[in-house]
Design a protein around this ligand. Sequence first.
Ligand code: PXL
Length: 278
Amino acid sequence: MKRVLSIQDISCVGKCSLTVALPIISAAGLETAILPTAVLSTHTAFKGFTFRDLTDDIKPIADHWKEQKIAFDGIYTGYLGSFRQIELVENIFTEFHHPGMLRFVDPAMGDNGKLYPGFDAPFARRMGQLCGKADIIVPNLTEAAFMLDEEFMGADYTVDDVKALLKRLCGLGTPVAALTGVCPAPGRCGVMAYDSRRGEYCEYYSELIPTSFHGTGDVFASACFAAMMRGQELSKALRTAVEFTVESIRQTIAYPDHNWYGVDFETATPKLLELLAE
Ligand code: PXL
């Protein structure tokens, strides 16, 4: 069985970061090690959340793994809280890298044209440097704009604008960039990617469900990473991740009293296993 590592925070309640990545990647049949960067009572969209920083534990944990000769087939990083955490992740990439290991970076920092609380433009540019050290990155349009120090495109863009943006993202240094939340036509939404080594674009769109839920980026990234680690080609992995995310949203809105803070990816798990078997 492949062993992978996910590095991000634990938001105890809120269905994001590690409480999404661990169950999804495990369900996909991959041994999932975790490196929690912080423990929060909830994610940052709640008021008054508690926050315990675990930055000082990151290096000792990684050093112990090295000493125990523990290796990973892939590393997926999500929400990171500080410049220092980004630097520690870069060190882990260097220390644990071996040919064939996938470095998957989701620069989880914002949405809808805004950065999440606590982040600013210099942090976004620093995250852009981490993206330069990845094998694949999966920003949304907001995160892409902030990392490149550009104006957010809003909803007013063409497919050619997205293609040009993908090339600029690969200019950060990553060979493959996938942009999430791309809606190429009314009622359609999904992802477009560029593989700079092949000079090829690929895309996958599904039904646009006109609601916005917290944590969908983490569901998408976890499923995309899991699918790639399970051997699916990029185009197929994007399809798996989009369809699983859409099914998670459908499951959520099927319950009139669903919570506001995350999506019900749990009851969409059978769909993930179906998509992985295709
Ligand atoms: O879903 C990304 C995420 C992860 N972790 C924390 C967050 C968020 C989004 O707001 O607050 C703590």
